[in-house]
Design a protein around this ligand. Structure first.
Ligand code: SF4
Ligand code: SF4
Length: 323
């Protein structure tokens, strides 16, 4: 896979400074029960990178010390990490809101039969990737059998009370299949609600519509097809300064499985670490007593993926995410 950073780093982007930290997003490892074609961390069953007990302890200490409102847990399939449940339980005891980026099929893997109940018992918000409400489109991105497994997972979560109100939020994530801006979030959400409701009786809280970032496998594919410049131009032409206030790096910090920190998950995937003065390659433990509000964010060309059109963040379109 091509290193995208040299191509993106030469593209200017307006300066962004961090605001108050309200979300710690942790990637607990790359092991996954699926191996999706488009996976931006190249996760799969044979990956062995995994957040250790020591780093998990630092995460919990950081949450306690800094009173961070939200813990957003991602992977791989984050539930496969040996410390996942401890992180959830102890973060909830601290009063932290916990989000699990769940692939849905994990709910029926051997050994995970009680996972859905565990998540409900701990009032964990579920954010589940569902790139389409049509079987063919989902399976082209995520593999054969994934659509039916995802539908079964959603039904199971609904049966536990997920997706019916604020107590157990179930949010779905959509991103376009190719180098195009995503459609309007509100309209697509209405389509999802209608089709999943009529065909399968499924309910959910919100649909988060995300833009594709020109990084990792998607970025490499753009380059090899000669579509990189065109896609970057599309994003730049659709850039709105008004979206700069809402980009997620203003209030979120991303931590990798080894405990290194980044301004966001995309920078983590690009290998562009958070910079504090002249220091880079900081670990979470280095920042436990350091308030980084006001710190400049490491921006580059991929950031137009966050500010194009309706804007894009891990909570979907920026306008809706702010509401
Ligand atoms: S389910 Fe998610 S983490 Fe797992 S391979 Fe697919 S995209 Fe990657
Ligand atoms: S890609 Fe990351 S650093 Fe760039 S604007 Fe988006 S959230 Fe911020």
């Amino acid at each position: 896979m091509r290193d995208m950073l040299p191509l993106l780093d030469v593209i200017p982007f307006p300066a962004v400074r961090r605001g108050r930290l309200d979300t710690l997003q942790i990637n607990v490892g790359y092991r996954c029960n699926q191996s999706c074609f488009h996976c931006h961390v190249n996760a799969g069953p044979n990956r062995t990178e995994e957040m250790s007990a020591e780093v998990a302890d630092t995460v919990l200490a950081f949450l306690a010390r800094r009173r961070v409102a939200k813990l957003d847990i991602t992977g791989g399939a984050p539930e496969l990490n040996a410390h996942f449940r401890r992180l959830v339980v102890e973060a909830r005891e601290l009063g932290t809101h916990v989000m699990d980026r769940c692939n849905l099929t994990i709910l029926e893997q051997p050994g995970q039969e009680d996972l859905a109940q565990f998540l409900a018992d701990n009032r964990v918000e579920i954010v589940a990737s569902m790139p389409c409400y049509l079987q063919d489109n989902v399976e082209r991105q995520r593999g054969k059998g994934v659509f039916d497994g995802s539908i079964r997972g959603l039904k199971r979560l609904n049966a536990l009370g997920y997706g019916r109100g604020a107590a157990l939020p179930l949010n779905l994530v959509y991103n376009p299949q190719g180098p195009a801006l995503p459609p309007a979030q509100a309209e697509l959400e209405a389509d999802y609600r209608r089709v999943l409701g009529e065909r399968y009786g499924i309910v959910f809280n919100k649909l988060f519509v995300l833009a594709n970032m020109p990084i990792q496998r998607f970025g490499s594919t753009l380059v090899s097809k000669g579509e990189f410049d065109g896609y970057l131009q599309l994003l730049q032409d659709a850039h709105l300064d008004a979206n700069l206030d809402g980009v997620m790096c203003r209030n979120l910090m991303s931590v990798d499985w080894q405990g290194f920190v980044y301004d966001c998950d995309f920078n983590q995937m690009l290998g562009l670490p958070l910079k504090r003065g002249q220091r880079t390659h900081l670990r979470l433990a280095d920042l436990i007593d350091d308030d980084i509000a006001g710190n400049p964010v490491r921006v580059a060309g991929h950031c137009y993926g966050c500010t194009a059109g309706q804007g894009s963040s891990c909570g979907g379109a920026l306008k809706e995410a702010a509401e």
